[in-house]
Design a binder for this molecule. Structure first.
Ligand code: NAD
Length: 252
C-alpha cells in the first residue's frame, strides 16, 4: 500500500532499532524519509538501505537535544523534499540503574533527549506543517508510561510519563491546526537498548516474557509497521492517545 506517497517524514533516532524499522516501513508505504540520528553513519546506513529498496531517503546528523541541529534537520527536509508531513519523535535513551545510582547529569541528559528533544523537534516542525495545512506528529512513549517495571530506571519511566502528558496536550493544542498528534507505546522490543540490557544480565529474556502474554519480545519491524500505519491517513481517528503494543504486558 502506497498511502504515504507524496508525504515527507522525519524519523529521529532513525539510525537503529525502532526508528530504522519505522523509517523503512514508512518508505515502503511511499514516504520520502529524512533519517535523523546523532550518529550520521547509522542514519546513512538506514537511508542507503531504503534507497536500495527503491525508496527515497536522506540521512541527517542531528542530536535532538540541540536546537541548532534540530532546526537544521527540519531545514534539510524542506530543502531536499520541499515539505514536511510527518514527524516521528522516536529518539530516546535509557539507563540500567536504580534511581539512587543515577547522577544529576544523567537525569538531565535523559530528559534533554527523551522530553526536550520532542519539544524542540515539534517546535521546529509545527510551522512547516501549519504552512502546508496540516501534518502528523507521532511520539514514542512506552509501556513504562502506564506501568512500573521492576528494574527500569526512574528517569526513563518519568520521561515516558511526560511524553504521554505532552502528547495529550499537543493533540489538543494542534488539532485546530489539522496537526494530528498521538503516541506509540511499545513493550520490550529486540533493539540494541534491550539487547544490551539482556547481554549485561540486567534482565533475562525469560523474565521479560514472563511479564506478558506473548511468548516473545517484539521485533523492531513489527513496531515499525505499527508506527507507519499510525502516521497514515487510515489511522486518522487515533488522536491524542497512546497506542500500546506490548504483548499484553499492561493487562497482566
Ligand atoms: N526497545 C524497547 O524495548 C523499547 C520499548 C519501549 C519504548 N522504546 C522507545 O523506542 C525508542 C527507540 O528505542 P530503540 O529501542 O529503538 O533504541 P535504540 O538504542 O536501538 O535506537 C535509538 C536510536 O536513537 C539514536 N539516538 C540516541 N540519542 C540521540 C539523540 N540525542 N539524538 C538523535 N538520535 C539519538 C541512537 O543513535 C539510535 O540510533 C526510544 O524512545 C525508546 O525509549 C523502546
Amino acid at each position: 500500500m502506497k498511502d504515504l506517497q507524496d508525504k515527507v517524514a522525519i524519523v529521529t533516532g532513525g539510525g537503529g532499532g525502532i526508528g530504522a524499522a519505522s523509517a523503512s516501513a514508512m518508505a515502503a508505504r511511499g514516504a520520502s524519509v529524512v533519517v535523523a540520528d546523532v550518529h550520521h553513519a547509522s542514519a546513512e546506513h538506514c537511508a542507503s538501505a531504503i534507497r536500495a529498496a527503491g525508496g527515497e531517503a536522506l540521512a541527517v546528523a542531528a542530536d535532538v537535544a540541540r536546537k541548532g541541529e534540530v532546526d537544521a534537520m527540519v531545514g534539510a527536509a524542506i530543502q531536499r523534499f520541499g515539505r514536511l508531513d510527518i514527524l516521528f519523535n522516536n529518539a530516546g535513551i535509557q539507563y540500567d540503574k536504580a534511581m539512587e545510582d543515577t547522577s544529576e547529569e544523567e537525569w538531565d541528559r535523559l530528559f534533554a533527549i527523551n522530553v526536550k528533544g520532542m519539544f524542540l523537534c515539534s517546535k521546529a516542525a509545527i510551522p512547516e506543517m501549519e504552512r502546508q495545512g496540516g501534518g502528523v506528529i507521532l511520539n514514542c512513549a512506552s509501556v513504562a508510561s502506564f506501568r512500573p517495571l521492576m528494574g527500569m530506571n526512574t528517569a526513563y519511566v518519568a520521561s515516558k510519563g511526560a511524553v504521554m502528558a505532552m502528547t495529550r496536550d499537543m493533540a489538543v493544542a494542534l488539532a485546530p491546526r489539522n496537526i494530528r498528534v498521538l503516541a506509540i507505546c511499545p513493550g520490550p522490543t529486540r533493539t540494541p537498548i534491550t539487547a544490551d540490557s539482556i547481554a549485561r544480565g540486567v534482565i533475562t529474556e525469560d523474565e521479560v516474557r514472563a511479564l506478558q502474554l506473548t511468548d516473545r519480545i517484539a521485533e523492531p519491524a513489527e513496531i515499525g509497521a505499527i508506527a507507519a500505519y499510525l502516521v497514515s491517513p487510515e489511522a486518522r481517528y487515533f488522536v491524542g492517545t497512546g497506542v500500546v503494543a506490548d504483548g499484553g504486558m499492561c493487562i497482566v
